[in-house]
Design a binder for this molecule. Structure first.
Ligand SMILES: Nc1ncnc2c1ncn2[C@@H]1O[C@H](COP(=O)(O)OP(=O)(O)OP(=O)(O)O)[C@@H](O)[C@H]1O
Length: 210
């Protein structure tokens, strides 16, 4: 198990007695809107801390990690990923720069674009990309960072169903080859059916749970 959560309470949103998330697998996180899916992902890389309870990452308490170090290992792709005014290349390198890592050569950048099926050249501006293209750019940026755990918050929600399945199929294949772990929120039943090796269904916490 890569994560273990015990007796987690968070702002009246989450109330989790015991939850384990396996390593090297794709775990899909589903549940009604407002059930706390995004909140749960944010706890896993210390963007937020729970009010009570313990979270372990590889058997070590999460609050023993330096949050910045932890986020290099456990990296989140938010629902509306950022893109900068520059070129596609700059948008890919920025993730590496911000985490103080060596830049990658162009060949690797192009490979990452191919994996997510973004048919654009590196010197094109990223400004006018569509929502779905920006999501794919963000997925490519994340691939280059190669974290241990990918926290994905509806990573392909702006793509049509067919593209969503193809892009995520290729992306997950690459991540699994490199022994990554994926925890992904998705509203797409088809996507979850295609790739989930484990599922977590979150229910809204009730007042009486507190
Ligand atoms: N920091 C916060 N403080 C207080 N309430 C919050 C905070 N973050 C989220 N919420 C509320 O908690 C609930 C759960 O939000 P969250 O975004 O985790 O749900 P979700 O399951 O990801 O929803 P969706 O599927 O709609 O994205 C929502 O009602 C939200 O308004």
């Amino acid at each position: 198990m890569i994560f273990r959560l015990e007796n987690i309470k968070y702002k009246g949103i989450l109330n989790i007695d015991d939850l384990q998330i396996p390593a090297y697998m794709v775990t899909c996180l589903t549940g009604e809107s407002g059930a706390g899916k995004t909140s749960l992902l944010r706890l896993l890389n210390r963007m937020d801390d729970p009010d009570s309870g313990s979270i372990y990452y590889q058997d070590q308490l999460l609050d023993e990690f330096n949050p910045i170090e932890l986020r290099r290992k456990v990296t989140m792709l938010s629902q509306a990923p950022f893109s900068l005014p520059g070129t596609i290349e700059e948008n890919l390198q920025i993730g590496l720069e911000l985490t103080e890592r060596e830049k990658k050569d162009k060949e690797e950048l192009v490979k990452a674009l191919e994996t997510v099926q973004l048919q654009k050249s590196l010197d094109e501006s990223a400004e006018n990309l569509s929502g779905g293209e920006k999501q794919r750019l963000a997925l490519a940026r994340l691939l280059l960072l190669n974290p241990e755990v990918y926290l994905l918050d509806e990573p392909t929600s702006a793509l049509d169903e067919e593209a969503e399945l193809t892009v995520m199929g290729r992306f997950l294949e690459k991540v699994k080859r490199e022994k990554g772990t994926v925890i992904m929120i998705t509203h797409s039943k088809q996507l979850a059916d295609m790739c989930a090796e484990q599922r977590i269904v979150l229910k809204k916490a009730k007042e009486s749970d507190y």
